[in-house]
Each structure stands twice: as C-alpha cells, then as structure tokens.
Design a protein around this ligand. Structure first.
Ligand code: ADP
Ligand code: MG
Length: 362
C-alpha cells in the first residue's frame, strides 16, 4: 500500500536519510573520543502530508503498521515514538507543527546495528523541514533526532548515529569529535568500497558487557585524574593502572590515535594509504579482541576470513561487539564478489551470517 492508498491523497513532500556503519573509533564515544562513520546505500524514506482530522497518522511499510495519535495523548510506544518524538522536539523548539500524515519505507535493516532508528528520525525531520520550510540546519536536525530518541523512544544514545545520518553520505565519511561535537565530512577514498557482513550471532551479552566497559573506563579516567580517557594521548600514562583497567584504557587511547591517523590519511588522500587505513582497522579489531575483550569467536572468524581475502585492505568488528556485524575496507568494485565468497566460507563453518553491504535487495 502506498501513501495515497493509506491516506486518500498524495504526499506533499518526501525526504530520505541513510543508515550508517562505523569504520573506526569503537567504544570511544562515551570516552569523549573520536568516531568515523560513513553512510551505507540503504536508506529510509518518509513521505508526508497534512492530516485533516486533528490527529497524527504514521504508517510503516516495513512493519505494515499504522498508529494514530491525538496530540494530547501520551507518547506512543514502538516505531511511532521515534516520529512523535521528532514532532515534539520541534514543538519544544518553538515551531508550530500541524497534524501530519506520515508514511515510512526503508531498506535499512532494522535492529542490525546499521542505525535504522537514526535514519527514521533524520528522514522524518527532513520531511517536516521541507513540508513547512523550517529554517533548521543539518547539525540541528541531528541534535533534534538524538533528543527524540533519548526522551521519546527512551534510548540513551550518543549523537554519532544521528550526525552520520544527517551529515554523511556514501561518498563521505564523517569525522566526529564526540566531546566538542565538531565534525568534518571527508571524501571516501577513491579506489575502495565497504563490505558489511552480519555475523548472525545475537548480541545477547552486549548490554551487560557494555555497561561494565563504561564503568571500567570511568574508573580508569578517575585513577588517572582526567575527565575522560580522551584526555590521555600517550600510552605510557596507562601503564600503571591495575588490570583490566590498563588494557581497557590502552584500547581507548590507541583507538583514538588510530582515528586521528586515518583522519590525516583522508585529508592527504594518498592512494597508497588505503593499505595503512586497512591496517589500522585490523589493529582496531585486535585491540577490541585482546584489550577491550568485546569480540566473540564468530566475529574473530569472520574478520580473519575477510582479512585473508585478496582485495581486502582491512576488517574489524563494528558496533559494540559480543555479536553483530563486521566491516571491511576493500578494493573498489570487488565488494560484492568478496562479500559473497567470504559469506559462503563463513556459513560453511556452521554460522548463519548475511551480507548487509553491498545491499543485495535493491
Ligand atoms: P538500529 O538503529 O540498529 O537499526 P534500534 O533498535 O536502535 O536498531 O532501532 C530499531 C527501531 O527503530 C525499530 O524497532 C523501530 O521501532 C524503529 N524503526 C527503524 N526503522 C523503521 C521503519 N522503517 N519502520 C518502522 N520502524 C522503524
Ligand atoms: Mg539505533
């Protein structure tokens, strides 16, 4: 069913926003550090029009679900909370928002760590901006999207996903300083492309492991007398910390330095540095596995298979770990062949992975 079939008239505006994958800078965001996400080809599209019955109506084609909301009602649950949140945040900012009909369709895998939630928020805000001609910029869109996710969807998230969805595209990597929120958008190196493969391993231990790592980092920062581990740039400073804090801090310090090195590579744009970029992704994986201890055998197996495949510059787990996906930097135009080959090899070992990028379904 399309917009017209659901709402009885055609949409008045339409906007999209992409999912994202983090290329480097893992577990650095809550340490005030640096991240390096890029948009993926899959995107969420929102079509929008005015509702004339005083209620908001949201429809998701992916879920085949429609939710109607009277303004005075409490925040809805589920997918409608993200959209309602965006509307409420705009109202709090002083914008007058009429009752809306809103239709969502998306090719971003939902709940796979490619940030379908931020894509939904940013696409919604862009569609409303276009419909009502609102004077808001892309950084504000990201900030409003994050507020919607925290205060209305109830997810305590950083701002990386929303900034990536709002500022990056498939040709541009976002460098984000999560402390100052200063950001740069840099061209993705010609000669390379990205592969993302889902390990098929659910992230069961993810939330307890994540909270524990956060607490360890806070403890390490406190012992070192700094506000956050971002303030440590020399590895020697971490050497006297008790284990496992020493290794946790070492991951954060080296990971931040890796992101800064890639930033420099992206700025100078030497073709030969793709090897170095890939090497830093490999080093990131080793650090996440050995120092941060957030990998699992399936992710190690998948990453190793990717790293051994000709045409791959580097590979690592992406996201919080304990399951989820791996990302690889590979030679341009070879992504699909590499992904197909590695997936077959990986699934042959008894796993049920799937290729997320390059997308197969469109
Ligand atoms: P991720 O952002 O990694 O995909 P999240 O759990 O953060 O996973 O967000 C997924 C949630 O976002 C879904 O459960 C749903 O509520 C909402 N969502 C995202 N995309 C859509 C969509 N196209 N249609 C409906 N809801 C969506
Ligand atoms: Mg999300």
């Amino acid at each position: 069913m399309n917009f017209q079939q659901i709402f009885g008239n055609p949409p008045e505006a339409e906007a999209s926003a992409p999912g994202r994958v983090n290329l480097l800078g893992e577990h650095t965001d809550y340490n005030d550090g640096f991240v390096l996400p890029i948009a993926i080809p899959q995107k969420t599209t929102v079509q929008i029009g005015f509702s004339n019955d005083g209620q908001h109506h949201f429809y998701s084609q992916n879920l085949d679900d429609q939710v109607s909301i009277l303004e005075i009602n409490h925040t809805p649950s589920g997918f409608a909370s993200y959209i309602f949140g965006c509307i409420q945040v705009l109202k709090k900012e002083g914008y007058e928002i009429p009752s809306l009909n809103l239709y969502v369709k998306s090719s971003v895998p939902i709940g796979s760590g490619l940030s379908s939630s931020a894509a939904l928020e940013v696409a919604t805000l862009r569609a409303i901006r276009q419909l009502l001609n609102l004077p808001i910029n892309d950084v504000e869109i990201a900030q409003f999207a994050q507020q919607a996710e925290i205060h209305y969807a109830g997810v305590q998230c950083g701002i990386m996903d929303q900034m990536a969805a709002s500022l990056a595209d498939t040709e541009h990597i976002l460098f984000l300083d999560t402390r100052t929120l200063s950001s740069r958008v840099l061209p993705f190196p010609a000669g390379a492309e990205i592969v993302v493969i889902d390990s098929g391993v659910p992230r069961t231990l993810a939330s307890s492991g994540y909270n524990q790592r956060r607490a360890e980092c806070e403890q390490a920062a406190q012992l070192l007398g700094v506000k956050a581990l971002r303030d440590i740039t020399k590895l020697e400073a971490t050497e006297d910390l008790p284990e496992p804090l020493r290794r946790r801090a070492r991951h954060v310090v080296t990971e931040n330095n890796r992101v800064l090195e890639v930033l420099q590579i992206l700025e100078t744009r030497h073709v030969a540095s793709l090897q170095r970029f890939g090497g830093l992704m490999n080093a990131s994986h080793a650090s996440l596995r050995d120092d941060y201890e957030v990998s699992v055998p399936a992710l190690d197996t998948l990453v190793e298979m990717l790293q051994k495949t000709p045409g791959v510059f580097g590979a690592r787990l992406t996201g919080a770990g304990f399951g989820g996906a791996c990302v690889a930097l590979v030679a341009k135009s070879e992504g699909r062949a590499i992904a197909t080959k590695v997936l077959e090899q990986y699934n042959h070992n008894g796993y049920t992975g799937r290729v997320l990028v390059p997308p197969t379904d469109f």
